[in-house]
Design a protein around this ligand. Sequence first.
Ligand SMILES: C[S@@+](CC[C@H](N)C(=O)[O-])C[C@H]1O[C@@H](n2cnc3c(N)ncnc32)[C@H](O)[C@@H]1O
Ligand code: SF4
Length: 374
Amino acid sequence: MTPAAPPPAGGVRHLYLHLPFCAARCGYCAFVVEVGREEVRDAYLDALLAELAQEGGRLGPLETVYLGGGTPTLMGAGRLTRLLEALAPRLAGGAEVTVEANPETVDRTLARALVAAGVTRVSLGAQSFQPHLLAALDRRATPARVRAAAGLLREAGVGRLSLDLIQAVPGQTMADLERDIAEVGAIGPDHVSWYELEVKPGSALAARGAVVDPDLAEDAYLRVVDALEDMGYRWYELANFARDGARCRHSLAYWTARDYLGLGVGAVSTVAGTRWRNAPGVDRYVAALAAGRRPPRTREPLAPATRRRERWMLATRLDEPLDLGWAGPPDHPEAVPRLAGLGLVEAGAGTLTLTRRGRLLQNAVVQELMDFST
Ligand SMILES: C[S@@+](CC[C@H](N)C(=O)[O-])C[C@H]1O[C@@H](n2cnc3c(N)ncnc32)[C@H](O)[C@@H]1O
Ligand code: SF4
């Protein structure tokens, strides 16, 4: 049954909607995805709107909405417009509305429809501009298609364009990375997410025995940070870079541990100290909502210590001082002077800031300060 936790005062301000359909599964991907099954899209949209109606009482005026996937753009312009029209009355003024887009699905009609339906931000999955790396990742778009999609979205008037890229792909050289950096420079997006490849258990890459070379990953990361900063981007989160005023407000809500509601298969919600996760499986999801029931889900109350540790792990990803009044004290305060002596953190009045070096080692630094074993 549904979590009984009351909504926070004023309601939840951040909404994620999961659109799971993909034409094929990419070699690295472990997200909740339905390959093919396009005939279920209408029923899925009905179910998503039914879940929105069920959970709508938890929502306040929405500051951010994020349509993620899967491949949201595989829903097509008509269904996305229907969904965005249903959300429109719930938006606060100036809300950020993001849609993830796969390049091969973007044409002029879709780009214009997104803008007309109120989308303010598109996150385009480029991953790389090198044909051999796109092939290694099982991507369907050619480099030309990625460039064309960016152009069509710009031309349609999308307010903010973000590009996703992946580094440390098997077979990648530093020369490949330089070419990808140059492509990003030529497109000039407002925002860039540049992730290190994670070989997920169960993925096709894992089955092929792919491994990430840690030396390449480190060199590539340092080079990406330097290059994007030189281009004028702010390295505002470990893997995210933004031009002035173009940080992703939805992701910032996650990194600052705000409450959010997630709708759709596999979607996660965290509201008033409880986390719940809808089960994967479109058919069960659609059947439950069609019968007026809540979707199958698991529910986990978050202990105060868990929430405190999450705040530490998430908010230290940002380039801002951690407010200890908000995050709570470290589990191991004795580690602070040691880490400060190593040049990894700086202690202020009621704050702790990771230095540039500390940010490059963020996970290890936070593990020294917080106890994640319980
Ligand atoms: C929800 S995913 C996919 C969005 C969209 N369907 C696409 O393929 O572009 C968002 C981003 O996460 C990144 N990502 C997903 N799996 C990853 C992995 N195993 N390692 C590194 N980055 C990954 C990719 O850059 C991807 O664009
Ligand atoms: S990376 Fe994107 S397109 Fe590829 S399978 Fe995952 S969600 Fe689908």
